[in-house]
Write a protein that binds this ligand. Structure first.
Ligand code: AMP
Length: 542
């Protein structure tokens, strides 16, 4: 017997409608290229999203068509999120930090029909356009008076699109399982893979992140997402904040600027913020060097990479509670949150320092398990470590246009590529990674791509790249090289110069070490775990 409860679809349109009616006065503050502090309300934002959608409805798009963005966190990007998703299109947020070949690949793979571009990224768009013939229009996120000069002929002005549409535009009814957003993540090998979110998964994830022991977002909060809207939808903040009615502060292209972040926090009275460790280091350096305080800030969520204890202790001194979160693009992203701070009295100082560093407990909706090489489940004793698998209603069941990925080999579970322990209280801690990637400042570097360039050098016999601790970027690539027969005179300078123009500058290894041989497995693969162990005491030159 079924329950007698209405079957109302969980769609992003319902967030927009709720925010229009109930949280219409909630504020959104943004930094954009043409305005250092744009401010308006949810009601105004969504009226403009309707106008934009009305104009887009004339473009001959079909439901499910992809609308891409190359944009910072700001109000026009937010409007594009909602105008696309509520119209039944898929908002494909592109990470502008990827290099050109990857960008071309994902725009073509996603078959993006329009790309919405921040003026900062217009020169990039101009280089991409000739190789992306499927894109019918490039929309610049600017007003008519600030439209930049461009070589693109199919250029459109965002504000003109908004001006052309009506705010009375009615969105279509949508199936909650329809796709609403797409985000590519760089994998271990090959091309980036697309994670296709649904309205339902996005709604459920947004609900879950609002829970007190997750991000705990309430109407009284002022939320500053320093996580990009182009990287897993800024951890769901663009959905959860309008749901809650929380004020949203969007830092535009100033995400890495400690001074601007401190100003935003103080002037907008930010209570909650989320970001990768690198962002907090930048903010803390500014606060310390200027004696500035951040009194309104109550808590921060640190994720995307392991959070050093020093950030937590420095934040303690500023009266800010640091909560670690762990997740992935494939998980919308939130999987765990560390709420140990809520029961601080339970722990001695040393225990607390240890426990708070862990990734935390699964938030309700996410199931976790750790398994050994034969897929046997391991105990939750805080000691046994194994491959971490997850499942839940906001975890991807496969990648976009890709049949059966290895990560989905076990039916109903997703293999994260992280290695973890889980203790008896349910606290998960990441101990290593099986996926061969490096995370620098919150963004992926494919070690294989870097190794391929290194081994192309005529004086190199073999090369391996590992992610190694870096005080500012969490991890940086360390290149380990075995010289070839004619490579006696190969030095670090020559080796590193070899990468110029061959890969993105920030992918270039931070340092190079020469060895006589690399450790290999029986099947001839480089043993990265052993290499990481060999170089654990290495320090990058300052
Ligand atoms: P992404 O898909 O880019 O969000 O990256 C997800 C990956 O980042 C995870 O699989 C982890 O390897 C890493 N990661 C995310 N959060 C944490 C954390 N709190 N501690 C350690 N690694 C993390």
């Amino acid at each position: 017997m079924n329950g007698l409860i209405m079957d109302v679809p969980l769609t992003i349109t319902s967030i927009l409608e709720h925010a229009e009616k109930v949280n219409g006065d909630g504020e959104i503050v943004s930094i954009t290229a043409d305005n250092p502090r744009h401010r308006y309300t949810y009601k105004e934002a969504f009226a403009r999203a309707r106008r934009l959608a009305a104009t887009m409805s004339e473009w001959g798009l079909s439901q499910g068509d992809r609308i891409a963005t190359l944009a910072w966190n700001d109000y026009r990007h937010l409007e594009t999120y909602y105008a696309s998703a509520c119209s039944g299109y898929v908002c494909h947020t592109i990470n502008p930090r990827l290099f050109k070949e990857q960008l071309v690949y994902i725009i073509n793979h996603a078959e993006d029909r329009y790309v919405f571009v921040d003026p900062d990224f217009l020169p990039l768009a101009e280089t991409l356009a000739p190789e992306c013939p499927g894109v019918e229009g490039w929309v610049v996120l600017a007003s008519q008076e600030h439209m930049p000069q461009s070589t693109l002929d199919n250029l459109l002005c965002f504000e003109a699109l908004v001006a052309d549409g009506t705010s009375e535009f009615g969105f279509p009814s949508l199936d909650e399982n329809a796709a609403c957003a797409l985000c590519y993540t760089s994998g271990t090998t090959g091309n980036p893979k697309g994670v296709l979110y649904s309205h339902r998964s996005t709604m459920l994830h947004a609900y879950a992140t609002m829970m007190p022991d997750a991000l705990g977002i309430a109407r009284r909060d002022v939320v500053l997402p320093i996580v990009p809207m182009f990287h897993v939808n800024a951890w769901g903040n663009p959905y959860s904040c309008p749901m809650a009615g929380a004020k949203l502060v969007l830092p535009g292209n100033k995400m890495g600027d400690g001074e601007t972040l401190a100003k935003l926090i103080n002037e907008e009275q930010v209570t909650l913020s989320a970001g990768v460790p690198t962002v907090w280091l930048g903010l803390l350096a500014y606060l310390k060097s200027t004696g500035t305080s951040i009194d309104s800030l109550e808590r921060i969520i640190v994720g995307g990479a392991a959070c050093p204890l020093s950030i937590m202790e420095d934040m303690d001194a500023y009266g800010v509670d640091t909560r670690v979160g762990w997740g992935m693009t494939e998980m919308s992203p939130l999987g765990t949150a560390n709420n140990a701070g809520a029961s601080r009295d339970k722990y001695s100082a040393e225990e607390f320092a240890r426990v708070r560093l862990k990734a935390g407990r699964a938030i309700f909706g996410v199931e976790m398990k750790i398994v050994d090489d034969d897929n046997n489940e391991l105990p939750w004793d805080g000691v046994a470590f194994g491959s971490l698998k997850v499942r839940g209603p906001w975890i991807c069941s496969n990648y976009y246009k890709l049949e059966g990925s290895d990560a989905h080999a076990e039916d109903g579970w997703f293999e994260t590529g992280d290695v973890a322990t889980i203790d008896a209280d349910g606290f998960m801690a990441i101990t290593d990674r099986t996926k061969d990637v490096i995370k620098s400042g919150g963004e992926w570097i494919s070690s294989i791509e870097v190794e391929n360039v290194a081994t192309d050098h005529p004086k190199v016999a073999e090369a391996a790249v590992i992610g190694h601790y870096h005080p500012k970027w969490s991890e940086r690539p360390l290149l380990i090289v075995v010289k070839g027969a004619n490579g006696d005179d190969l030095d670090a300078q020559e080796m590193l110069a070899w990468f110029d123009g061959k890969i993105a500058r920030w992918w270039t290894p931070e340092a190079v070490e020469f060895v006589d041989e690399l450790p290999h497995t029986a099947t001839g693969k480089v043993q990265k775990v052993k290499l990481r162990e060999m170089f654990k005491d290495f320090e990058f030159p300052a």
